[in-house]
Design a protein around this ligand. Structure first.
Ligand SMILES: Cc1ncc(COP(=O)(O)O)c(C=O)c1O
Length: 447
């Protein structure tokens, strides 16, 4: 009987039940699945052949567009040449090559790279490096982490602890101890319908002084923020905010970590947001765009001084007891190198800078449509807040996502009732027009 059941299961390749989907309303999805079978450049194709324009770069990751030939070929070549080399005590040439290429893109003396496999791992790695850094310098009392309300730093215990999205936190106990949070920089009354960085809110960085006064600098290891908080609906930093955070961290010997898992690799028209804002943090976490989403990879860029603090003591001793079996996996490195080549050859970061204006203008064209409470374009991304339905927060957003997929041949992100978009950086101006025409229709339809 059991065998018969197992056999039936094997014979039903499209059984949707066993896969427990991440960050998804599983039952709603399985009642009406949204499956994607193929992709090329700006488009997805469903199993039945429908062609959808991807306004979300997958999940903010396929910055070079989908299934680009040079990346596909590099992965294929690498798979045939070297599938795996041990990440501990051995390595392979492309790991060093990619680290050098990424370091060359980073500002200041952010010149060392620790590899992992995702944004969540990158965040936990950066937090651990911060703790260990203070420890090796003899400042082991610096254990406290400061995050920010509405921040998203992935789903590891460290990342959730410094993150500030209640749904991600409330089920998981005490997370890690000793974390505090800055307030969110978003204030609709002061900032609504701003293109780019709002004028109001730079002073909110001074909150860090309040937290230092409360906890004492000698207990604080690091502050971690996203330069633009994207997952919570695209919240650009107020003018001067990041610079002030940097100054206060410097004053108190606190490490500043920029989580650039989304903002890295061209999303804001520069290799990293650190460059756009003229602020050099002590560490930058990255993932997603480093391989244009093609193979999982993440990492942490670390300033020379932080790295060098570990490079003391006997040479046969491991300096940092941390790492992953798949740190700098050969397929990810090959994909990363091909992706960085594409970014450079096609000038995609400059392209993003040029497209920012028409993108922002097209986004602001939605102002005045029903339920639109705010529109926040910055770089090649935007958050559009829709009013929630009474007693059904998130329903309008999900309806918009469903309408986009089924009726308008468009993929976007719905975060509660906020629509977020971040197209591949190869998007054309006419495709920008197409995307916002579709979004306007959707917003009207869910009114
Ligand atoms: C800023 C930031 N940090 C971390 C993460 C987590 O990345 P991953 O899903 O690859 O673990 C994300 C994902 O969206 C992110 O936006």
């Amino acid at each position: 009987m059991a065998q018969a059941q197992a056999q039936t299961k094997i014979n039903v390749p499209n059984d949707l039940e066993p896969y427990w989907m991440p960050f998804t309303a599983n039952r709603a999805f399985k009642a009406r699945p949204r499956l994607i079978a193929r992709a090329k450049d700006m488009h997805y194709f469903t199993p039945d052949g429908r062609k959808l324009i991807d306004a979300a770069a997958g999940l903010w990751c396929t910055n070079a567009g989908h299934n680009r030939d040079p990346i596909v070929e590099a992965i294929q070549r690498q798979a045939a040449e070297l599938d795996y080399a041990p990440a501990f005590q051995f390595s392979h040439p492309k790991a060093f090559e990619l680290a050098s290429r990424i370091a060359a893109l980073a500002p200041g003396d952010l010149d060392h790279v620790f590899f992992c496999n995702s944004g969540s791992e990158a965040v936990d790695t950066a937090l651990k490096i911060a703790l260990a850094y203070h420890n090796v310098r003899g400042a082991a009392s610096r254990v406290r982490m400061i995050g920010r309300e509405r921040g998203y730093h992935g789903v590891g215990f460290g990342g959730v602890a410094v993150g500030g999205i209640v749904g991600n936190r409330k089920m998981f106990g005490t997370l890690i101890a000793g974390v505090d949070h800055l307030t969110s920089t978003y204030n609709r009354a002061e900032q609504a319908f701003t293109v780019g960085e709002p004028d109001w809110g730079g002073h909110l960085a001074d909150e860090l002084e309040r937290l230092v006064a409360l906890h004492d600098a000698s207990t604080i290891a690091a502050v971690i923020v996203e330069p633009v908080a994207c997952s919570t609906g695209v919240l650009p930093p107020p003018k001067g905010y990041l610079q002030r955070l940097r100054a206060i961290c410097d004053k108190h010997g606190i490490l500043l970590i920029f989580d650039e898992v989304i903002t890295g690799f061209g999303r804001l028209g520069a290799a990293f947001a650190a460059e756009r804002y003229g602020v050099v943090p002590d560490m930058i976490t990255f993932a997603k765009g480093v391989t244009s989403g093609s193979v999982p990879m993440g990492g942490v860029l670390v300033r020379k001084g932080v790295h060098d603090a570990f490079m003391r003591g006997p040479e046969h001793v491991i300096e940092l007891f941390h790492g992953y079996t798949y740190s700098a996996h050969p397929l990810a490195c090959a994909a990363g190198l091909a992706t960085l080549d594409l970014y450079r050859e096609e000038g995609l970061f400059e392209r993003a800078r040029k497209l920012e204006k028409p993108w922002g203008e097209a986004a602001m064209g939605l102002k005045g449509l029903p339920n639109v409470l705010d529109i926040r374009p910055v770089g090649m991304t935007v958050g559009i807040d829709l009013a929630s339905k009474p007693d059904a927060v998130g329903r309008r957003g999900l309806q918009a996502l469903e309408l986009a997929f089924y009726d308008e041949d468009l993929t976007l992100r719905a975060v509660g009732d906020t629509l977020a978009m971040s197209p591949p950086l190869i998007v054309s101006e006419s495709q920008i027009g197409e995307i916002f025409d579709k979004v306007a229709k959707i917003i009207k339809a869910v009114a």
